[in-house]
Write a protein that binds this ligand. Structure first.
Ligand code: HXC
Length: 259
């Protein structure tokens, strides 16, 4: 079945697929259906050998303005517990291939949290980031207190989470939340360019390197180094390591296959 709230652009560059969040009238508010469609699309692209890197965007006005407040407003704690709607996020988190967020306009609440699940972030000058849940009488629930704090540090994270203040793209860049800021007409193009650069690498190495970097967020240095070394050794089981090193020696460009 065709998804309704996302658009999948299969090959925007060699080995690069693009998923666009598409509820423009609601500023891409993340309702259950959209999140389910996104989970399914990411799962499918993660299993597709013709894709090595995924770009995730919204539109010029909004990446996503958060979880769908109208859908959540009347729920009880037991509704939230039984539907466990945030479990979708766990599947998204498990995507092995790199995901690059292309962000313009609002990235708020769950939208900012979804963006922080991505591995690199390209923003337009108009992007605004925030965790305004406090203004709704709640708090971030999908990583806003944890990933944001790790990315920007306690001072700014506390300010954003406790006051709901939005920060600009320049502030986000300075704070280390995002990779780069470009004029609005270029943000998607720049994200695809970055994706294309990574997609020229070995798909196996990309996945294992992503996994190892993410490990740094939830383990000790010793454990993380151990994990890194194992992945490094493991890559010697694949053809891409032979190809990559042989190509260097022969002074030619490598052709990676992911085998
Ligand atoms: C449902 C939303 C929405 C949201 C915007 N809309 N954000 N609907 N959920 N999160 C809808 C509006 O109701 C409106 O619909 C339409 O989108 C356009 O929005 P406006 O408010 O008219 O636009 P504007 O004046 O430009 O203001 C933009 C805005 C504001 C500053 C982004 O919409 C806003 O503050 N939105 C809520 C942001 C927020 O609090 N996010 C956190 C959500 S809680 P109508 O039908 O009226 O035209 C959350 C928890 C995460 O994310 C937990 C883990 C998943």
């Amino acid at each position: 079945m065709q998804p309704e709230h996302i658009i999948i652009h299969p090959e925007v560059a060699p080995y690069v697929a693009h998923i666009q969040l598409n509820r423009p009238k609601e500023l891409n508010a993340l309702n259950l259906q959209l999140m389910g469609e996104l989970r399914d699309a990411l799962k499918a692209l993660d299993a597709d050998d013709s894709v090595r890197v995924i770009v995730l965007s919204g539109n010029e006005k909004a990446f996503a303005a958060g979880a769908d407040i109208k859908q959540m407003a009347g729920k009880s704690a037991i509704d939230m517990y039984t539907t466990d709607q945030f479990s979708t996020w766990d599947t998204i988190k498990k995507t092995k291939k790199p995901i690059i967020a292309a962000v313009s306009g609002f990235a708020l609440g769950g939208g900012c949290e979804l963006m922080m699940l991505c591995d690199m972030i390209v923003a337009s000058e108009t992007a605004r980031f925030g965790q305004p849940e406090i203004k709704l009488g709640v708090m971030p629930g999908a990583g806003g207190t944890q990933r944001l704090t790790r990315a920007v540090g306690k001072a700014l994270a506390m300010e954003m989470v406790l006051t709901g203040r939005f920060i600009t793209a320049q502030e986000a860049l300075q704070a280390g939340l995002i990779n780069r800021v470009v004029p609005v007409e270029l943000y998607l193009q720049e994200a695809v360019k970055l994706a294309k650069e990574a997609a020229a690498m070995s798909p196996l190495a990309l996945k294992m390197a992503k996994e190892a970097v993410l490990k740094a967020f939830d383990t000790t240095l010793e454990e993380g180094l151990h994990f890194e070394r194992k992945n490094f050794y493991l890559l010697f089981a694949g053809e891409d390591q032979k190809e990559g090193m042989q190509a260097f020696i022969e002074k030619r460009a490598p052709v990676f296959t992911g085998k």
